[in-house]
Design a protein around this ligand. Structure first.
Ligand code: CDP
Length: 205
């Protein structure tokens, strides 16, 4: 069975948490596509040109433990604006989406560019302040010494760059279901996503 769930949204909106829960509930495979751009950004910081980094990306690059730092978030968003980087990563994502048994992909352009035919499309948002607070908590827990105000500034800058780039800008697909998690506990947001998937899956099977 092929069944694709596309989850897009701005920085730190909770896409990953929702995507993992949906994948686990339905036994689907999950791909955090942000990791691909983070891994390219990391390699660029280490001195590899962006186009080469994207064209030669290996599994070990996306399993590195140092991909969630603010420095890598910023580098990821810079390389993500380069068409040659995006095009080098398209096929891998599309093949992942079509794997037998169902797939959940989260990112910025899954419902619009990578999988416009996805059975379920969700666009997860929250206010910039709520998202920055969540990201600040994550970073602090992971041992990073960061100011919340700085995280907010970084999140806003990244959203602006991601939304205004020419190639595959961050935006909801016309047929995406919007899920605003500003005032929604994570369990409720996850339940809402699972219900959207269950409804469509039920119609299909
Ligand atoms: O976890 P967070 O939402 O902060 O970021 P991420 O999903 O790991 O993505 C990091 C960066 O990669 C984003 O700011 C985008 O610039 C880029 N990205 C993208 O352009 N397209 C995707 N499908 C996924 C990520």
């Amino acid at each position: 069975m092929q069944f694709t769930v596309a989850i897009d949204g701005p920085a730190a909106a909770g896409k990953g948490t929702i995507a993992r829960a949906v994948a686990q509930r339905f036994g689907f495979a999950h791909l955090d596509t942000g990791l691909l751009y983070r891994a390219v950004g990391r390699r660029v910081l280490d001195g590899t040109p962006a186009d080469i980094a994207a064209a030669t990306l290996k599994h070990r690059d996306i399993t590195r433990e140092d991909l969630r730092t603010p420095e890598v978030s910023d580098a990821a968003s810079q390389v993500a604006a380069l068409p040659e980087v995006r095009s080098a990563l398209v096929l891998f994502q599309q093949e992942f989406a079509k794997r037998d048994g169902g797939a959940v992909l989260d990112g910025r352009d899954i419902g619009t560019v990578i999988c416009p035919e996805a059975e379920v499309k969700l666009f997860v948002t929250a206010s910039a302040e709520v998202r920055a607070h969540r990201r600040w908590l994550e970073l602090t827990k992971a041992g990073h010494d960061v100011e919340e105000a700085q995280v907010l500034e970084d999140v806003k800058e990244r959203d602006e760059r991601d939304s205004t780039r020419k190639d595959a800008p961050l935006r909801p697909a016309d047929d995406a279901t919007l899920l605003d998690t500003s005032d929604l506990p994570v369990e409720e947001a996850t339940d809402a996503a699972i219900q959207s998937v269950a409804r469509i899956l039920g119609e299909k099977t």
